[in-house]
Design a protein around this ligand. Structure first.
Ligand SMILES: Cc1ncc(COP(=O)(O)O)c(C=O)c1O
Length: 481
């Protein structure tokens, strides 16, 4: 028998597949085992390496897998923020649970087509179940339909497109969309991409706790109506990225109902905390939203590339995205079944349902709820200790799992405070044990700590508080010296 494998390099033999898989699994387990020892900011000084790599020619011949994997694991992966590590407290973490990675491997290795229902009905049913679970967790009704997206940005975009189609039709130019000064940038970007130009996007002010001012929102809506414009969409935040503030969702829902506006909640950071009974009152009104953007790759700890959109009236989501062609199977018209291509912009797509369904099935939702409760408690405890440090002004207490603060001292002005806070943050990060990031709100630079990696536990937070305490003390000593 001729050795057929030699003729088909893209089809490795069963034993080769076993060996390659085993090699990669061994490296991954080792990598994950070392996460807590890696510098949280990673070694991102990589300009020279990137320039060199940028000259890489098309590989003509074969390279042994080992030669490809060695630098990837030993050098290239470590040259990134250690986002899955316990010390990663910057931006909005998440982590990426291992069972989700296994699900991705299964999904890509079996590579079934999940753009249309007919091609993989049972696999799509699993994804549909995940969306129904999400809707149930958010307290949304059974009319709700949704889509697993690539992230929160795409989910926010889908919400704007659905509202625009249903409330404005072709009269785009008159439609006005409302955000706050703390709304995530992707909402304004999505508005632009959806044809709502910047002069029709209002930025409503916030109160002392960085929450959208409902009185100002109401006044702005009236002013726009008086101009003959058509207010149609309010984006509130269930946890802002800068300070973790939660907009008055219930009051905004009341106003939107009264005014006939679509109320969208960007819950990319915070909405999954609605799973925690004690935190539900902080997010009161969430179940009344017309749509919610969720980010399972943040507060459900799934790998990057996993977002979700829920729309209360599923028919509206479908009407905004329905499209087909003669060469495709007739879309499943049955309400009960999930046809992703009719609910979003993609046709061919990765099977992202499994990476959410499998971990939820294997661990159960209670494991995720417990982790969220733990992150909240860790943030509350750390914030209390940081707030007690001389020189610290707590700008935002943790509503969910994020707090923000800056340095201040007798006679300080904003420019000096900003410089000192920035320097303190950099020094904390240089110690390597944690990574925190900053933000500017109304000219005030704040250091922010977001506890949301599922691997972050009490020891990491103790290290975080210790390093902040050391560097705050050093900064204060410099100020009085
Ligand atoms: C509140 C909020 N909304 C939306 C987004 C955008 O989500 P993604 O990065 O998944 O597109 C983020 C990202 O950090 C966020 O924090």
């Amino acid at each position: 028998m001729p050795d057929l494998q030699a003729h088909y390099p893209l089809e490795p033999s069963a034993s080769d597949m076993q060996a390659m898989g085993q090699d990669i699994l061994t490296r991954i387990v080792e990598h994950l085992d070392q996460l807590s020892q890696m510098p949280s900011c990673g070694d991102i000084e990589a300009q020279a390496l990137c320039s060199e790599l940028g000259k890489e020619p098309t590989p003509d011949g074969e390279t042994p897998l080992k030669e490809v994997l060695d630098p990837l694991f030993s050098d290239w992966i470590p040259r990134s923020f250690t986002t899955p590590g316990p010390g990663y407290l910057g931006f909005i973490p998440g982590g990426g649970v291992f069972t989700s990675a296994l699900a991705d491997f299964i999904a890509t290795a079996t590579n079934r087509y999940t753009g249309v229902w007919k091609a993989a009905p049972v696999l799509l049913q699993l994804e549909s179940n995940v969306l129904r679970w999400f809707a149930e967790w958010m307290g949304m009704p059974s009319t709700t339909r949704g889509l697993l997206t690539t992230g929160g940005s795409q989910a926010n975009f889908g919400a704007i497109v659905s509202a625009r189609e249903s409330l404005l039709g072709e009269a785009l130019r008159d439609g006005v969309l409302y955000t706050s000064s703390q709304t995530h940038l992707c909402v304004r970007k999505s508005a632009r991409l959806a044809g709502i130009l910047p002069d029709r996007v209002r930025v409503v002010g916030v109160d002392a706790k960085y929450r959208m001012r409902v009185d100002e929102l109401a006044e702005t809506i009236q002013a726009d109506r008086a101009e003959g414009l058509k207010p149609f969409f309010v984006a509130s935040s269930a946890g802002t990225t800068n300070t973790g503030s939660i907009d008055p969702i219930s009051d905004i829902a009341d106003l939107c109902t009264k005014e006939g506006l679509w109320h969208h909640v960007d819950g990319a950071y915070g909405a999954f905390f609605y799973l925690c009974p004690d935190l539900q009152p902080r997010l009161a009104g969430l179940p009344r939203a017309d749509s919610i953007a969720l980010d399972p790759h943040k507060s459900l700890f799934l790998p990057y590339g996993t977002g979700a959109l829920l729309v209360r009236d599923g028919k509206v989501l479908r009407a905004a995205h329905a499209a087909t062609a003669e060469y495709l199977p007739e879309p499943q018209g049955h309400e009960e079944f999930y046809e992703p291509s009719q609910y979003g912009p993609e046709l061919s797509r990765d099977y992202r349902g499994l990476r959410a369904w499998l971990p939820l099935k294997v661990h159960g939702v209670s494991a995720f709820r417990a982790a969220l409760i733990e992150k909240h408690e860790l943030a509350v405890s750390a914030a209390k200790r940081v707030a007690a440090l001389p020189g610290v002004v707590m700008d935002a207490d943790p509503q969910l799992s994020l707090f923000a603060f800056h340095l201040s001292w007798t006679g300080s002005d904003q420019a000096a405070e900003n410089a000192a806070t920035q320097q303190m943050l950099e020094r904390v990060n240089a110690r390597g044990r944690v990574m925190i990031t900053g933000c500017s709100v109304d000219g005030q630079f704040m250091a922010r700590v977001c506890v949301l990696c599922f691997r972050t536990h009490a020891e990491s937070m103790d290290r975080c508080v210790e390093d902040i305490a050391t560097e705050v003390a050093a900064a204060m000593a410099e100020k009085v010296a």
